[in-house]
Design a protein around this ligand. Structure first.
Ligand SMILES: [Zn+2]
Ligand SMILES: [Zn+2]
Length: 395
């Protein structure tokens, strides 16, 4: 029987290929829902392994089907890059000006190709089907406000799936360390825009105006009071104003103030409360003689890591490389569209440490980069956990 030690050795042996795939994809990044080259590379590699391939899933996504019948375990890797100009002077630097794999989705795609190769070659692979979900557009939503995960779900990529797995590389976690959160692992995200309206006028005659800047001052206090005074203190929530625009001259009271911000939470009822309380806080503008317009832009829902699946990922990591590789997880308020998939079937995403060097290389920056020696471990954990899930769900 293939043991975890065998799986780890096979993944290590694939290390050169994983790096080659990652560098090829890194050098040829494609924006959300434009992943044509990446998708055809993926489709060719899967077909060469004898895996049944479906293209054009969720617009530019690719699904590979290995094995038949139940149970069904899906593994997701996202493929899109970001509108960022790469500053790294490396041989595999982006060849497309203004586009860069600055979140590590190139690594996710390479790792998932490696997982497909390892599972396709496994002589005693457990019964059932493994579904490889190469997802487009995690970073952006289309004109109907839908991202790649939603589009793939609409195209039935998750139909009949018993469990779903994913990983995300982390440029701030030591290479080859793994972090797995139980329960909420990313946040509900809503952004919003507000126009506070008054009546402008001369700065010397404020009594003849309804000053929206004065209204703003009251509104800001009230908005910041939502987290402090309205939300249950034991529940996670964040509300931040990132933009305020008002006025054009020192002696002119403007007629309008624009502000924009973001709201984060884990629980869905807290998400709804934040929306309601924001609208209530803005009512102050009416009491003060002005008015407001609120535009809410709903983002991704929170991601819930199923504790049983998360536990299994930890067991896989421990059996592959030892418990020392597991670090204490830190839930965070970022957003991730894998959350739509974990609302279709029990699933979990783990963080794969890939800190490259002493330089701080945050995700979504022009100097983002990873330690490629972490790639085999990511593939090994996904292969091992998939086999365990297939055996477990078969019972
Ligand atoms: Zn990202
Ligand atoms: Zn990402």
């Amino acid at each position: 029987m293939t043991t975890p030690a065998d799986i780890f050795a096979q993944a290590q042996a694939l290390s050169g290929q994983l790096t080659a795939w990652r560098r090829d994809i890194h050098a040829h990044p494609e924006l959300s829902f434009q992943e044509q080259r990446t998708a055809s590379l993926v489709a060719d590699e899967l077909a060469a392994l004898g895996i049944e391939v479906q293209t054009g899933v969720g617009k530019t996504g690719v699904v590979g089907y290995l094995g038949e019948g139940g149970p069904v375990v899906a593994i997701r890797g996202d493929m899109d890059a970001l509108p960022i100009d790469e500053e790294n002077d490396v041989p595999y630097r982006s060849q497309t000006p203004g586009v860069m794999h600055a979140c590590g989705h190139d690594a996710h795609t390479a790792i998932l190709l490696g997982v497909a190769r390892l599972l396709a070659a496994m002589p005693d692979r457990p019964a059932g089907q493994i579904r490889f979900l190469f997802q487009p557009s995690e970073e952006a939503r289309d004109n109907e406000n839908k991202s790649g995960a939603t589009r793939m779900i609409e195209d039935k990529a998750l139909a009949g799936v018993n469990a779903v797995l994913a990983l995300h590389v982390a440029s701030d976690i030591a290479a080859k360390r793994i972090s797995i959160t139980d329960g909420y692992a990313s946040a509900n995200e809503d952004s919003f825009e507000v126009w506070l309206r008054g009546t402008g006028g001369h700065g010397a005659f404020p009594h003849q105006t309804v000053d929206p800047v004065f209204i703003l001052a009251q509104v800001l206090n009230t908005i910041q009071g939502i987290r402090a005074r309205r939300i249950d203190p034991t529940k996670a929530a964040a509300l931040s104003i990132g933009m305020i625009l008002a006025g054009a001259a020192s002696n002119v009271i403007p007629s309008q103030v624009y502000l924009a911000g973001t709201m984060r939470s884990f629980e869905d009822d807290v998400r709804q409360q934040l929306r309601d309380e924001l609208a209530k806080a803005l009512e102050i503008s009416r009491v003060l003689g002005g008015d407001f317009e609120l535009k809410l832009h709903p983002g991704y829902p929170s991601m819930y890591n199923d504790p049983d699946v998360a536990h299994l990922l930890r067991v896989s990591t421990r059996d592959l490389v030892g418990a020392h590789a597991l670090i204490d997880p830190e839930p965070m308020m970022g957003a991730e569209d894998f959350s739509y998939m974990t609302r279709q079937a029990p699933g979990a995403m783990f963080m794969l440490g890939a800190k490259k060097d002493a330089v701080n290389r945050p995700h979504h920056t022009p100097i983002f980069d990873i330690d490629e020696s972490a790639l085999p471990l990511g593939a090994a954990v996904l292969v091992d956990a998939t086999c365990r899930l297939l055996r477990q769900k078969a019972v």
